[in-house]
Design a protein around this ligand. Structure first.
Ligand SMILES: NC(=O)c1ccc[n+]([C@@H]2O[C@H](COP(=O)([O-])OP(=O)(O)OC[C@H]3O[C@@H](n4cnc5c(N)ncnc54)[C@H](OP(=O)(O)O)[C@@H]3O)[C@@H](O)[C@H]2O)c1
Length: 263
């Protein structure tokens, strides 16, 4: 494994930090995810996003083992699916076994359980963090109100909220809502949630001799949003990773911010 070719920007999380760039692994099969993850690690990604529901944790575990990187150097997220409510602890132990890890860096509630924000489920994540099976814990697809419900009922606020995100979904009130609660915003589907042929993005990309996909990823990084683009293609895994170095100007970030209001 070669050295990380570029310094990865990161956000403080728990006792450590979370790289802003992660490798999205859905919907890559367990068979194909090993080579894709190996490519991502070779390209310098140090953060992998998976979930019990993706069915590819074992393949990621094989890539992590083959990389010979110490587990402290690769940030790994997995998620608890709604249909495993009541079996939280066993589900996490099975994830850890497939990933070949003693602990995950981040364990998320994948979706709010039916009916409410799931305080009983959340209490199990809190217990897993206390027991050291997950360094940090959070949620995914939660509203601010649902996050507040967890805080009110358990006294513990999620550290991260992973949501569908991108320039067209940019919502400063939501950003500020998470920031003021101390919750890291992690965006998923950054490329799918964007029109990559948008003329504004294309013009900014051309100004940097880059691609619209790279501009979208760089926009997340400039804002301090975590971003987890997925690709099963070697060339795109590499070019998406290189986007963390793309120096958008403050004006360009502001122009991209404006796309949501214009959409
Ligand atoms: N928490 C949740 O509920 C949730 C939901 C959805 C996703 N996620 C996570 O977020 C990750 C990313 O989301 P996503 O996979 O939905 O969407 P995405 O990363 O925005 O987009 C992936 C799609 O974009 C294509 N692509 C990748 N790089 C490209 C590039 N440079 N130029 C053009 N097209 C490119 C990919 O095709 P190729 O593979 O052919 O390159 C794939 O079709 C997932 O993998 C998963 O880890 C979480």
């Amino acid at each position: 494994m070669s050295e990380t070719p570029y310094l990865l920007p990161a956000v403080a999380l728990g006792p450590g930090s979370m790289p802003l760039l992660g490798f999205g692994t859905w919907p890559i099969s367990d068979e194909d995810v090993t080579a894709a993850t190996e490519t991502a690690l070779e390209a310098g990604y140090r953060h992998i996003d998976t979930a019990t529901g993706y069915g590819n944790e074992a393949g990621i575990g094989r890539a992590l083992a083959a990389s010979a990187l110490p587990s402290s150097e690769v940030f790994v997220t997995t998620k608890l699916p709604p249909d495993r409510v009541g079996q939280e602890r066993r589900t996490l132990e099975e994830s850890l076994s497939r990933l070949g890890l003693d602990r995950v860096d981040l364990w998320l509630v994948h979706w709010p359980p039916a009916g409410d924000a799931g305080p009983a489920v959340w209490a199990e994540l809190v217990r897993a963090r206390e027991e050291g099976l997950a360094t940090s814990i959070g949620v995914s697809n939660y509203s601010l109100e649902q996050i507040d419900e967890l805080t009110r009922l358990t006294g513990v606020t999620p550290e991260v909220n992973q949501v569908r995100w991108g320039p067209l979904l940019y919502d400063p009130a939501f950003v500020e809502g998470l920031r003021s609660r101390g919750v890291v915003l992690e965006g998923y589907s950054p490329l799918k949630a964007t029109r990559l042929d948008d003329p504004t993005l294309v013009a900014i990309a051309e100004a940097h001799h880059s691609t619209a996909a790279q501009v979208v990823i760089a926009w997340h990084v400039m804002h301090g949003f975590v971003v987890i683009p997925k690709s099963a293609r070697r060339d795109r895994i590499i070019s998406n990773g290189e986007a963390v170095r793309l120096p958008l100007t403050v004006e360009q970030v502001g122009t991209i911010d404006g796309l949501a209001a214009a959409a």
